[in-house]
Unconditional design. Structure first.
Length: 76
């Protein structure tokens, strides 16, 4: 196996595992006993994560874009 492939697999396993852990931490925010939120908040979180997944897919399909996205709640 090539050195680049080994490096990719090692880093991918670590980073994907960490991303899954972080997503699960976000899902912990759904506990109504500990947090108060609206459906608008939920939609903003999910929309932001879906945009990042689309960006991830585009990077792997060579539709490379260099958007720098940072999440924050939109105020009306």
């Amino acid at each position: 196996m090539s050195e680049k492939l080994e490096k990719f697999e090692r880093l991918a396993e670590k980073r994907v595992t960490e991303a899954i852990k972080k997503i699960r931490l976000i899902s912990n925010l759904s506990n109504r006993n500990n947090y108060d939120y609206s459906e608008k908040h939920v939609k903003q979180i999910i929309d932001s994560l879906e945009i990042e997944i689309k960006y991830l897919k585009s990077r792997f399909s060579k539709e490379n874009t260099n958007e720098d996205i940072q999440f924050s709640f939109k105020k009306d």
